[in-house]
Design a protein around this ligand. Sequence first.
Ligand SMILES: Cc1ncc(COP(=O)(O)O)c(C=O)c1O
Length: 321
Amino acid sequence: MLPKIPIAHLPTPIEELPALSERLGGPRLLIKRDDQTGLAFGGNKTRKLEYLLAQAQEGGAKLLITTGAGQSNHCRQTAAAAARFGFDCALVLAGEEPEKITSNLLLDRLLGAEIVWTKPEKRDETLRAVFSQAEETGRRPFLIPYGGSSAVGASAYAFAIRELSGQLPAPPDWIVFASSSGGTQAGLVAGARLFDVKSQILGISVDEPSPVLGSRIADLTSEVTDALGEKIAFSPEEILVNDEYTGAGYGVMDKPEHEAMHLFAKTEGILLDPVYTGRAAAGLIDLVRQGFFSPEETVLFWHTGGTPALFAEKYAKIIAS
Ligand SMILES: Cc1ncc(COP(=O)(O)O)c(C=O)c1O
């Protein structure tokens, strides 16, 4: 069994979405509330960090280093976990430092993270430099990979699907969610196989074409099963990724995300974010309208968090329109 530090409020609740289902004329809809994992506005990275921090602690690390976009949810949750468990935290953020410090970036500051800005194309180089400098100065760094998506981090979602199957009398026919670095999906697919949960696991790609993401997830899923002591080889054909909703690219909010966010908010009082869950929900809504799911099926939307991005200036204006 992998060592873990309990951080998240688990199990996260599962709720019915009857008004949304009625509005869409669709199948039974459920939602798993990983936006409520309890650490600094929650989200899917909290589960991964339970295993990654245990790994860091075992190795005697003192400084957690990770990377992401300027408004990274992963970085914000890493900064919070570091603060809570007595690590220093350095974040390598890709992009231009904005004039206004809002949302996740504001929280990174509040949580005491050291921030290093880098051009996106120099991200890995900068990360290596920050890591080496920390080693040389005796700060005992531990690298948390992009999205927390190492085999150890992703294993958290194998346990998450076991948690889900214990909460319901029967597993949902479909599990739909936002997929980006692929760790969440790899963990869910590995867990479904290892714990015999017979749901179809459909990732809505946030930014990458299905072949790229599918093959990365297949490899990572095999690594997750290996980390959990039962190596199984997965092929890309076994990984369901839909890339039809990537729109104008990462972080570009458009009409589908706007509609999905307003529908979830106005029918169920549930807040989605513009980058990940808004996009995945737009995919879910479109698939329901296309008749992709049959009326007697149950579809679970796994809410992966990200809500602080609602308050980023560039999105707030569009959301309010
Ligand atoms: C809110 C939210 N949802 C989904 C994802 C995607 O998860 P994964 O990187 O494990 O594919 C992320 C990743 O940053 C996220 O912040």
